[in-house]
Ligand binder design. Structure first.
Ligand SMILES: [Zn+2]
Length: 400
């Protein structure tokens, strides 16, 4: 309650300081307007009905290159769950492949997700300990870990990835839990201690699988955006045995049920083999084209893992304010998250404008000026949609 009051106070103060800095001609109609204008944070970016995230696991260079070519031409994005040792060793020394990855990630704009340092068992506790476990393919494996090993293989790996991908400003604030071929479930890298360390260091962890139930159907997507378990985000693995029709249905279900579906894709290759995790380009491209089609209708938001996580988390506590002033309609957004550096994902706000406005409005925000369409709501009011980051200044909207 207290925090909300503070938000309103902050809104008034920010507005005042923003206003005093402007020297543009005033809008007489807005200045005289005395009614309330609604400002509503939308649960999904741009008012879409569902979210889809494409995550490639492990870091296969040719797959990411292919995804960049296909998705890039379609205006879509993706995340790369990178096993850190593909680009940097445990001492922080870059591998010979680091440079080509830096170039590809910068060019694609893809989001880097930490997928552990080595994709292998990293211990049961952060204290020094030794023992053995049963590996599916390798039999009994002996281990001897130093203190802090879990932290180093997860949070440490993320820190090293941040350094390697500095040129593309990667936050590396999300984690993709690796599936390990270890027979004893206590050794799958997800015991209580490991989960606690992950929760302390990552805003979200994508699980390899998981499912959600709606009605009498169980699907691996999250159909209730207000009730997400961020430390175990469900995902749907594309398998050789899967069909593009099944994957397309998963996309359409996310839209129909207002949910968030995450694809877990391993290698995308020319010709499928009997390795169950790799899928053909022929099938993958049908999925990508469908995603593009649904994005174009406005029903779907194709977001990286980081973007979607930050957006949905911010929405939980975000409030928007709109006020008619002589300089324009001033819009501000506040949330109750303390970490504004991580949580800077702009939220789409549906803002009422005056009935007299035409088809287009002008927006000035964060040093940029652009135009947005004016829509008419079911109740006859007119509105625009603008993206405003929480706790990050005022957007000013004017008649186009
Ligand atoms: Zn993996």
């Amino acid at each position: 309650m207290k925090k909300r009051f503070l938000s309103i106070l902050l809104a008034a103060l920010t507005l005042f300081s923003a206003m005093s800095g402007f020297i543009s001609c005033s809008d007489k109609e807005l200045e005289a307007y005395e009614g309330e204008l609604y400002a509503q944070v939308l649960p999904i970016k741009n008012g879409a009905k569902g979210i889809i995230t494409i995550v490639h696991d492990d870091g296969d260079y040719n797959t990411v290159k292919y995804m960049n070519m296909q998705l890039g031409s379609m205006g879509l994005t993706a995340s790369v769950a990178m096993v850190a040792n593909k680009v940097v060793d445990v001492n922080g020394k870059e591998t010979k492949d680091a440079e080509k990855w830096q170039t590809l990630i910068k060019e694609s704009g893809f989001d880097i997700v930490c997928h552990s340092q080595e994709h292998s068992f990293y211990g049961l506790t952060d204290e020094a300990h030794s023992g053995s476990y049963e590996h599916r393919d390798n039999g009994t494996v002996e281990y001897d870990f130093p203190a802090g090993n879990i932290t180093n293989m997860t949070a440490g790996a993320a820190q090293r990835l941040r350094t390697v991908f500095k040129s593309s400003n990667q936050k590396v604030c999300t984690y993709a839990i690796p599936g390990l071929p270890v027979l004893d479930s206590a050794y799958n890298g997800l015991n209580e201690e490991a989960s606690r360390i992950l929760a302390e260091n990552f805003v979200a962890c994508r699980y390899s699988g998981g499912s959600a139930t709606y009605g009498d159907v169980t699907v691996p997507f999250m159909n209730d955006l207000s009730n997400i378990n961020y430390q175990r985000l469900n995902s749907y693995t594309t398998l050789t045995s899967g069909t593009s029709e099944e994957w397309i249905k998963y996309v359409d279900d996310a839209i129909q049920y207002g949910g968030w579906g995450i694809f877990l894709m391993h290698q995308i290759i020319n010709q499928e083999t009997d390795y169950i995790y790799n899928v053909s380009k022929e099938k993958a491209v049908l999925l990508f084209r469908h995603i593009r089609k649904q994005v174009a209708t406005g029903d779907l938001w194709c977001a990286s893992l980081t973007e979607a996580t930050l957006y949905t988390k911010e929405v939980e506590t975000a409030v928007a304010f709109a006020e008619a002033t002589g300089k324009g309609i001033a819009v501000t957004v506040y949330d109750e998250l303390d970490d504004n550096e991580t949580f800077d994902q702009p939220l789409t706000v549906k803002v009422q404008v005056l009935d007299s406005w035409g088809d287009v409005a002008r927006v000035k925000y964060d040093g940029k000026k652009f135009e947005v369409p004016v829509y008419t709501a079911d109740d006859g009011t007119k509105y625009v949609m603008v993206d405003v980051a929480p706790d990050k200044g005022v957007a000013l909207i004017n008649k186009g």
